[in-house]
Design a protein around this ligand. Structure first.
Ligand SMILES: Cc1ncc(COP(=O)(O)O)c(C=O)c1O
Length: 376
């Protein structure tokens, strides 16, 4: 029997002004998508990234969709996306009736592989969505070179990587638009929430109009475009402002958690961490590959952790395996990197408040389980 408290995979932390600002929105009555916290959150987010525009949205999935529509992506267009990512990256392209081209990832850093991007470029290619998976920046130098050479837009999916840097530059500002998520398990949260950032005035204006039903910015109830209600609420933004105030501390605590896990696994050669390139990764959810494991063995390890009250997650399944991505020419090459990382990967508890003894217990339990399953 195990009498330790349950260790969750993730949990939000509200240690700053969240309640105060949230109460403020309720007392003021500004609870929908008009109110001072929205502008403040956008301005502070833009300032943090040193970028001209930040456009807040109701979640990260529609931030991606908004970016793609504003960028003019439409049917017949192809957008290169990793095969190994959260499904929203690819789905957002399909919402535009365009084709997401599912592209293999590097089994070392688990991010979209520049050489596979090149192999997937056709005359219909319009954009690339690199995802900085699990907080680890993709190889942006090479991706930018490819994009420049083939005149492709770059929309960075930074949902999991707020605060990460590549060659000293923050993720989100290395392409045309950067998109973020503030779901409850993210680096900062607003419950649900998202953001698009850009230095491009025209794209920013289109995103602001499209976010608000396509309404003319000066003529009320006159619609210039077929738009959406993708707005963030003042209540969400109030929580976002308070969370952003704590971002540096939150990232530091997550770094410490990463180092503790790294230390706990340092004598386990079969446990592989994501490789990094010229970058400052952020520890969104500590995730490892257990080399040589089948998917069934990985799932058995997760079951053992569960018995000890430790929550864990499989990594994402390759998108090409989903029924609704089977036909339609989405995946044109065998994504061996994506298949491999997906079968061996497991995410472990990562949140503010997880302590050293929890991490030691998780690592020891996992190692014991591996010893049982690895040779079965
Ligand atoms: C890589 C990636 N892209 C997009 C999203 C979508 O964000 P949201 O859940 O806020 O819609 C997520 C979130 O889980 C994600 O991890």
């Amino acid at each position: 029997m195990n009498d330790r408290k349950k260790i969750n995979i993730a949990q939000p932390s509200f240690l700053g002004n969240e309640k105060k600002y949230l109460l403020d929105t309720i007392e003021s009555g500004w609870i929908s998508s008009i109110g001072p916290y929205i502008e403040k959150f956008e301005n502070e987010f833009a300032r943090y990234h040193g970028v001209k525009h930040a456009i807040a949205t109701h979640n990260g999935t529609i931030a991606l969709h908004l970016a793609l529509v504003a960028a003019g992506i439409k049917s017949e267009d192809e957008v290169i996306v990793p095969d190994f990512t959260f499904v929203a990256t690819a789905n957002s392209v399909r919402y535009c009736n365009a084709t997401p081209v599912l592209t293999d990832v590097d089994p070392g850093d688990w991010n979209i592989a520049p050489e596979s991007i090149k192999a997937n470029i056709t005359s219909k290619s319009k954009a690339i969505i690199p995802v900085h998976l699990y907080g680890n920046p993709a190889r942006m130098d090479e991706i930018r070179d490819i994009a420049k050479q083939h005149k492709l837009l770059i929309i960075e999916d930074c949902a999991e990587a707020l605060g990460a840097k590549y060659n000293g530059e923050r993720v989100g500002i290395m392409g045309d638009i950067g998109c973020f998520s503030f779901f409850g398990n993210k680096i900062i949260t607003t419950g649900e929430g998202g953001m698009c950032i850009t230095n491009n005035d025209e794209l920013a204006e289109r995103m602001r109009i499209l976010r608000d039903h396509g309404m003319n910015r000066t003529k009320k109830y006159w619609y210039d475009l077929l738009g959406f209600n993708y707005r963030m609420t003042n209540m969400q933004a109030a929580v976002g402002v308070a969370q952003l105030e704590q971002l540096d501390d939150l990232l530091k605590t997550r770094d410490d958690i990463y180092l503790s896990y790294q230390n706990a696994f340092k004598d386990s050669p079969g446990i592989l961490l994501q490789e990094t390139h010229h970058q400052r990764s952020v520890n969104w959810i500590f995730t490892i590959r257990m080399q040589g494991l089948s998917e069934a063995q990985r799932d058995a390890v997760m079951a053992d952790l569960k018995v000890k009250n430790i929550d864990s997650r499989p990594v994402f399944y390759p998108i090409h395996k989903m029924d609704f991505y089977q036909n339609g020419g989405f995946c044109r090459m065998i994504p061996s990197g994506s298949n491999l990382v997906s079968q061996e990967g497991i995410s472990l508890p990562t949140y503010i408040g997880l302590d050293q003894s929890d991490i030691r217990f998780i690592a020891e339990t996992l190692k014991e389980s591996l010893a049982i399953h690895v040779n079965k």
